[in-house]
Ligand binder design. Sequence first.
Ligand code: GDP
Ligand code: MG
Length: 162
Amino acid sequence: WEKLVRVMRMPRERTYIMVKPDGVQRGLVGEIIKRFEQRGFKLVAMKMKAASPELLQQHYADLSSKPFFPGLIAYVGSGPVVCMVWEGTDVVKTGRKMLGETKPLESNPGTIRGDYCIDVGRNIIHGSDSVDSANKEINLWFTPEEICEWRSMEEPWVYEKA
Ligand code: GDP
Ligand code: MG
């Protein structure tokens, strides 16, 4: 029984989604939240933050050797970002699909980048690319106390199996 209860309480997958400073400046925060909410995903953490260069260097550590790295750190540090954790079945992969491609011009209309931006250096949103990086990013941007465990009354209407 105890094991069953533990399994039942296990949260669904989580991803780290961040509206970059251009998305904030262009008034796209609500639109982005709306898309994840309406898909049926559950918001479990959110805050606005002016990210330090050190934090951004950690967040983008994998890209540190790229020529665009200094510009990337300056861009994402140029104003406040909106940091979020979204929860739901397969939310990492589905979130990436909702974002579109890294290059907005290669993103299909209907995706966030395909609808709201043009330039790879101003692509308005970040989303984790794997469950592993999602967990790392969530730990980097949020403390455990900032994550809200809550039961959505929508759940039985979104999922066949609660
Ligand atoms: P993402 O996971 O789709 O965001 O893409 P990456 O992890 O490959 O890159 C992180 C971010 O770096 C992108 O979202 C862009 O903002 C930026 N970036 C990636 N490639 C380029 C590039 O070729 N030029 C510039 N200026 N920025 C880039
Ligand atoms: Mg990435």
